[in-house]
Design a binder for this molecule. Structure first.
Ligand SMILES: Nc1ncnc2c1ncn2[C@@H]1O[C@H](COP(=O)(O)OP(=O)(O)O)[C@@H](O)[C@H]1O
Ligand SMILES: [Mg+2]
Length: 289
């Protein structure tokens, strides 16, 4: 009996959040790193189905970096990077499209087929987001990275209308540039731009670590609440590195532009989204002003 009452208490605790978030927009990005682990995608998507059931509108951005590298090598090419940015010629872009659209389509299939969620995908041809070609400055030089873009403007009326209808929209971080070529954009940056344009209630990055840590090797050093001022300092001090940089940078940008909450959480903990969103104590890192 006691156990049953505890379960009911958990649901009762969730009630206030369920009321608060009904009809609000969440932007959720999951990365390639987490997809490498078994059952993780399924775990994440079950939580997305829960969000849909309680009336949240979700835009899901699917990344896939590590799979792209693997595929490039499989096809006998060498991934090339300049300061961590992938040099993307037309052959590489074709691989990026195959992998990222593939992940997007699989995700959608699982949501609709297995979880029976009312979901749909957003295609680049709908021109709901514009890409701007990156002209990367390295020292005195401008380096041509090929089809690497930045997120430009988003047609918020269009995306909001689609979310009204479909409740869960799945997209790849790929968009058309002014020259009508497809550009690959960093998934974290796409999620953050979308959250800003849509004035999302929450932006959630799901990754393969607990959150931002002072020492990534030691889970005890997890930072539960990260102030914007400290976030910038952690990047400067090289404590936040590599793939965590775009998450923290874009998280800070989104908070400054009015997104209410930004969370960085692990996809490796079952029900991490539900835990973070519907209980009093979150489990990962929350970026705050
Ligand atoms: N201070 C930090 N705290 C936590 N993770 C960090 C930190 N600095 C660097 N990282 C790295 O960032 C990685 C997450 O980014 P990334 O590999 O790009 O994942 P995703 O595929 O989710 O974008 C972690 O696996 C970790 O190795
Ligand atoms: Mg990444």
């Amino acid at each position: 009996m006691e156990e049953e009452i505890k379960k009911a208490e958990v649901l009762a605790e969730a009630y206030q959040y369920i009321r608060e978030y009904r009809d609000k927009i969440f932007v959720i990005k999951f990365g390639g790193s987490i997809l490498k682990l078994p059952n993780v995608k399924e775990n994440i998507l079950k939580d997305v189905a829960f969000l849909e059931a309680v009336g949240v509108k979700t835009l899901l951005v699917c990344g896939g970096g590590p799979f792209i590298n693997e595929e490039i090598e499989k096809r006998g090419k060498k991934p090339a990077f300049v300061d961590g940015l992938r040099v993307t010629d037309s052959g590489t872009m074709k691989i990026v499209e195959d992998i990222l659209f593939g992940i997007r389509d699989n995700t959608l299939e699982y949501l609709k087929g297995t979880l029976k969620v009312k979901a749909s995908s957003l295609q680049p041809s709908e021109k709901f987001m514009a890409a701007k070609k990156v002209h990367y400055q390295k020292g005195e030089e401008i380096v041509d990275l090929g089809f690497v873009g930045q997120a430009g403007s988003i047609n918020t009326d269009y995306v909001k209308a689609r979310l009204e209808e479909e409740r869960v929209l799945v997209m790849a971080p790929i968009a058309y540039g002014e020259d009508n070529n497809l550009y690959n954009i960093n998934g974290d940056a796409v999620a953050s731009a979308a959250a800003e344009w849509l004035k999302a209630e929450k932006l959630i990055f799901i990754t393969d670590v607990l959150g931002v840590m002072r020492n990534p090797q030691n889970p005890d050093t997890l930072i539960s609440i990260l102030q914007v001022s400290e976030a910038e300092e952690l990047i400067e001090k090289n404590i936040v590195k590599e793939g965590m940089i775009p998450k923290v940078k874009s998280g800070v940008s989104s908070i400054k532009k009015g997104v209410k909450k930004v969370h960085i959480i692990s996809g490796n903990i079952p029900h991490s989204i539900v835990l973070e969103v519907f209980t009093e104590h979150g489990i990962g890192t929350e970026i705050c002003n």
